[in-house]
Write a protein that binds this ligand. Structure first.
Ligand code: HEM
Length: 88
């Protein structure tokens, strides 16, 4: 099974390319699943819960930099972002 395709099952998620933070019945595999479920999932979530509020508290007007595109990074195992330019 490909980790790349895991969120694209139309029975699970009919519109995977739409950013919808209020999506209902979310079932995600960002940390994998089954026997090899990410051992660092708790740590990763705890870091995000601490770091993101601190970031937005410190930079309340944080926004994408005008004229700059978000660049995606495709890697053999995990996709991610190569460049995200922001203005504070
Ligand atoms: C947001 C951060 C993270 C994401 C999105 C993530 C994602 C994943 C995914 C998708 C897998 C499953 C890979 C597979 O099935 O082939 C995995 C496995 C694993 N992750 Fe993470 N991870 C994160 C952070 C961490 C951290 C912080 C640690 C360690 C401190 C960690 C340690 C591991 C280990 C050891 C495995 C292998 C588990 C096994 O095979 O039994 N991860 N992670």
């Amino acid at each position: 099974m490909s980790l790349f395709g895991v969120h694209y099952d139309p029975e699970m998620n009919p519109d995977p390319l739409i950013f919808d933070i209020e999506r209902k019945n979310v079932q995600h595999f960002a940390f994998g699943g089954g026997a090899h479920y990410c051992l660092g999932a708790g740590l990763g979530k705890a870091q995000a819960k601490i770091a993101l509020p601190m970031l937005f508290e410190r930079f309340p007007n944080l926004a994408f930099a005008p004229g700059r595109e978000v660049k995606h990074k495709v890697a053999p195992a995990f996709n991610g972002y190569g460049e995200i330019w922001l203005v504070k």
